[in-house]
Design a protein around this ligand. Sequence first.
Ligand SMILES: [Fe+2]
Length: 197
Amino acid sequence: MIEKVNFRYTDDITVINAKQFEAHIRLYQGYVNNINKIDQILNNDPKREDANSTFSFFRECKRGETFALDGVILHELYFENIGGQMNAPIPAATQELERCFGGFNNWQEDFIATAKVSRGWAVLCFDQRSYRLRNISLDAHDHGNIAYSAPILVLDMYEHAYFLQYADNKAEYINRFMENINWEVVASRIWCQAHFT
Ligand SMILES: [Fe+2]
């Protein structure tokens, strides 16, 4: 059973207003509900005897499993990495960005472009295979991930993440996000990768 994390809107969150935040939290709750529903089916009667790659109930369960669970995980990472008291890049994070992208500005330019092309998520991740950070573009929660990588900074680019507040001004949402990154959280995620891989 996966428990929903109780994220609260606080004054340090400037990228989205309270109304946009609450609407988003309701969607997050839906992903939690769905992964629990799917897990229950998988643990009981997933009709494995009819498993088929063209169409079958079991196939739909497996599609829903990664979509819903990645939806939960990515939303939690997103809500955790906005706001906070440290919205300016800090050396513990920028050193690694400089190593992997040849400079902080290069990374930022690439991350913003990645966000603009993404239909689902823009993610700065640590790719353990090549031992470096990469900006990756996801068109859905479970479409575009590198198999062996860890998310470091997560930006929700689904329209539901910004449309209520920004309408079609996607660029402004991205700019406000870049100013509201919780760099303490980013640095701690980088630290974990450096010490546990
Ligand atoms: Fe979302």
